[in-house]
Design a protein around this ligand. Structure first.
Ligand code: COA
Length: 283
């Protein structure tokens, strides 16, 4: 089933809810949202006749009025048929006085070609590669949650280690898209006495045949700044190439300077920017 059919099915079954802004048969906008454990993931869409003030603003106000009582958080993204409408929403949003904070994310991507494979930089001595699937998901979640604690991308996905574990379980089970083990390496520290410890990992999924999305890049703080992240990501890219992947994408928050440097070094370029507006219940 494609995503359009999937969305229609979700709306029919009530798993996804929609608010529509329509006057006299003129449909200006649609706001669809799914909720999961007190969080809503919401997308606002404006048609070619949609107007930021007449459609987007009332839809967002209704969303807050209708659902916020039962929610901890709303992540809102938007798109419009016309690029100028998107720009208008973005320009007007801060003037509407809505209780949302703003984050800018960017989608980066690169192609992979077996004629020019990504390099495989060495790991520092005492480190080795493994697969992310060599470890129990509870350990992956503990490392992931800790690695993101000081990251600008913190909280965009998981707000607790338990939630992190549930999300990672879904990723590994292929709930989002088929999981790509070959594009999901881990990096491990090997101690003189023979003990080992997981330091970080990358997770990839296949969006469509030949197209992968890197959904997680995590490295514990104490191992950073020594080229380990670059070696780990390069390992993932080589694994994806060997698996027949020709295009790889990922999302990163604009403030995440360390990750953006890493991705640029690994050949990724920005292809799309997306603002996310976040509302949180006052605690
Ligand atoms: C992103 C992350 C994996 C980078 O790992 P790392 O091992 O420190 O990166 P490397 O040492 O391999 O560095 C790769 C490049 O990025 C640059 N870089 C790394 N950290 C940086 C920082 N804080 N500021 C600026 N540049 C930085 C390095 O200088 C290097 O570029 P160079 O060779 O041109 O100098 C790590 O910081 C991390 O796990 N962060 C928390 C989780 C996270 O935010 N993940 C990304 C979510 S999208």
């Amino acid at each position: 089933m494609g995503w359009v059919e999937d969305t229609v099915e979700s709306l029919r079954s009530g798993r996804m809810l929609a608010l529509i802004s329509a006057v006299d048969g003129r449909v200006g906008g649609l706001l669809i949202h799914t909720t999961r454990r007190g969080r809503a993931f919401t997308h606002l869409f404006l048609t070619s006749v949609g107007d930021p003030e007449l459609d987007a603003l009332p839809l967002i106000r209704s969303l807050i009025a209708t659902y916020s009582e039962n929610l901890r958080r709303i992540d809102l993204t938007f798109s419009a048929v016309l690029a100028r409408t998107e720009e208008e929403i973005r320009r007007q949003f801060p003037t509407w006085g809505l209780p949302f904070r703003f984050l800018e994310r960017q989608r980066m991507s690169r192609t992979l070609d077996s004629a020019t494979p990504p390099p495989q930089p060495p790991l520092p001595s005492g480190f080795r590669f493994g697969s992310a699937t060599d470890f129990p998901v509870s350990l992956l979640a503990a490392v992931d949650f800790s690695a993101f604690e000081d990251s600008p991308d913190r909280g965009l996905v998981a707000e607790s280690v338990e939630e992190d574990e549930r999300i990672l379980t879904d990723i590994l089970a292929g709930e989002l898209s088929p999981f790509l083990k070959d594009g999901s390496p881990s990096v491990i520290q090997v101690f003189d006495g023979g003990g080992e410890s997981l330091l970080g990992f990358v997770l990839s999924v296949e969006l469509t045949p030949g197209n992968a999305l890197i959904v997680d890049v995590a490295l514990l703080l104490e191992s950073r700044g020594r080229g380990v992240g670059y070696a780990l990501l390069s390992r993932a890219l080589r694994g994806l190439l060997a698996r027949g992947i020709r295009e790889v994408a990922l999302w990163v928050t604009l403030e995440n300077v360390a990750a953006i440097h890493l991705y640029e070094k690994a050949g990724f370029r920005v292809i799309q920017k997306e603002p996310i507006y976040i509302w949180e219940a006052s605690r």
